[in-house]
Design a protein around this ligand. Sequence first.
Ligand code: GAL
Length: 388
Amino acid sequence: MKFRKFLAAGAGAALAFTLAACSGGGAGSETDSTGGGDGGEMTEGGLIGVAMPTETSERWIADGDAVKSGLEAAGYEVDLQFAADDIPTQQQQIDNMITNGADALIVASIDGTTLSGQLAAAAEAGIPIISYDRLINETENVDFYVSFDNFEVGVQQASSLLVGLGVLDKDLNETGDEGPYNIELFAGSPDDNNAGFFFNGAMSVLQPYIDSGVLSVPSGQTAFDQVATLRWLQETAQKRMEDILTATYVGTDTTLDGVLSPYDGLSRGILNALEFTGGYPATIAEGMPIVTGQDAEIASVKLIADDVQFSTIFKDTRKLAEQSVTAAIAYLNGEEPEANNTTDYDNGVKIVPSYLLESDIVYADNIQELLIDSGYWTEDEVASGQAS
Ligand code: GAL
């Protein structure tokens, strides 16, 4: 066994967490080897470092909070850090976690290839490393990956674009509408392993329609390198959309019908450009092009409710956080976490065992069911476009 500490308290806390998760509480008695009260409040389970990329996107704040509270409920101490999307900051935060005696690391990387030094040190110290949502690349020192089925997320994004255009119905069957429709393509950050999965998944759906002439991309920009958006920045996407509109659409007869956007932050930049540079009306009903998204960020959920953005992809970060907590606890308990994918996530050095979750397409008419009824956002938050 390669991991350093299998503390009795850690094992007890792990079991307590599992039992608490199953029974909704009352888990303490048979696991409480420390005599320190009920299982949910044990504090000797160890220290877990949680490294998140940025606080500028609300999803990562929610992820960080959910992982922290899940671990704390299981009796662990948590060192949660956000790195302001700055690679040296994230490297330093992870160095500090190792120095401070972390027993496990949960890492959502900024750039999936820049943490090799830190992770080698962690491995040397026997610290298990869980890659959170974004795969850490080019190192053997990553033990497990928790994420969503990222290729499928891209498939869903492209499918929702086709639904918005009218080529597919909501059951994703062809309607017989053959367009032609003009679309433009955006992808995420090229240093984020997920961005390629999203784009490849989306293109697996769109390419046949491009080939058959139902869709065309008037800018001619269809390669990942041409459409990628470094660091997922809203303003970068807005600028690229403005440039495309100015070069290809404004002052011509060419009308843009839809935009593949892989993330809500980018979608908001794209929508700004469409309205203010492209001169498109503010709502889809009036002629705003169909714009997709991802993450069900609250500002974008409101835009969907208001008929401005067409769709987003809901990835329930509460489930992802729970999965990472389960994996960390398994390691600290001397076990291997359960994987449901052992083929798809090759990080350049090895195939990383993964647990992948499912995502859903959000449209205006299922916000209630997917986001409000599930408790992800409240009705007031959707109405105001702000997290409370
Ligand atoms: C990706 C993540 C997406 C989105 C994006 C921008 O790695 O999978 O859900 O959050 O980063 O933050």
